[in-house]
Design a protein around this ligand. Structure first.
Ligand SMILES: Nc1ncnc2c1ncn2[C@@H]1O[C@H](COP(=O)(O)OP(=O)(O)OP(=O)(O)O)[C@@H](O)[C@H]1O
Ligand SMILES: O=C(O)c1ccc[n+]([C@@H]2O[C@H](COP(=O)([O-])O)[C@@H](O)[C@H]2O)c1
Length: 193
């Protein structure tokens, strides 16, 4: 099976993430999308980060009604910070029957040359890139690469930061989250301080 891996901190998962995952699985040759919850992105500070299990629970609840989108906690037991090249090797060893592709926003492609062993990632995996508004340029080595495929997904300007700040400032951010995600965040009093 051809599977798209959508990595993220998902603190919390929002409708922007779901729109991308659903668009990818419905409009490409990817048969399933696995949302891989990252404990620690090597480029990000761990502050205001909800515990791994809570972020996973939110992804689980958000994707429960999507048969082709699955949550994954595969990175929880891997060394931190989480380098994607290691996770891809691990996941491919565990599931040799599947082909794993990487899903990435154009913003991440702009800094992809800074990722650990990015050449190894490109040697072994295809990357599906969706448009994203961000400063900077995609390096020329990636612009016509045979392993990098552009998918014309919609651009949604929502971020987890916007949601965390909104909750802290007592704003209604419910339309930005799945109902199940909002209910769990509210019930658990997440992001209020
Ligand atoms: N609205 C969006 N549309 C498309 N891709 C997104 C959107 N928000 C985040 N992403 C991408 O999804 C992946 C996971 O997102 P991440 O968990 O970092 O969310 P975020 O909203 O960017 O978080 P934060 O605001 O905390 O930095 C990243 O590759 C990120 O670039
Ligand atoms: O492997 C790397 O060098 C690397 C550098 C930056 C980001 N990543 C991964 O990219 C994913 C997206 O992260 P985030 O926090 O923007 O959702 C997450 O799984 C990170 O671990 C990976």
């Amino acid at each position: 099976m051809k599977i798209g891996l959508y990595f993220g901190t998902f603190n919390p998962i929002h409708v922007g993430h779901l729109i991308i995952a659903n668009h990818m699985v419905e409009n490409s040759d990817l048969e399933e999308i696995w949302m891989v919850v990252t404990p620690h992105n090597p480029f990000k500070k761990k502050s205001s980060l909800l515990e791994n299990n809570h972020r996973f629970e939110l992804v689980y609840r958000a994707t429960e009604n999507y048969s082709k989108i699955k949550p994954s906690n595969i990175e929880f037991k891997l060394p931190q910070p989480n380098y994607t090249v290691h996770t891809l090797a691990h996941i491919s060893d565990l599931h040799p029957e599947n082909e794993f592709c990487l899903i990435m926003g154009e913003d991440n492609l702009k800094s992809f040359h800074k990722w650990k062993n990015y050449e190894v990632i490109l040697e072994n995996h295809h990357i599906y890139v969706y448009p994203r508004i961000a400063e900077g340029k995609v390096e020329s080595q990636f612009s016509n690469h045979s392993k990098i495929h552009k998918v014309d997904a919609p651009i949604v300007q929502i971020s987890s930061t916007m949601i965390r700040n909104g909750i802290k400032n007592k704003k209604n951010i419910q339309p930005l989250l799945s109902k199940e995600v909002w209910e769990y965040i509210d019930e658990m009093n997440f992001y209020k301080k």
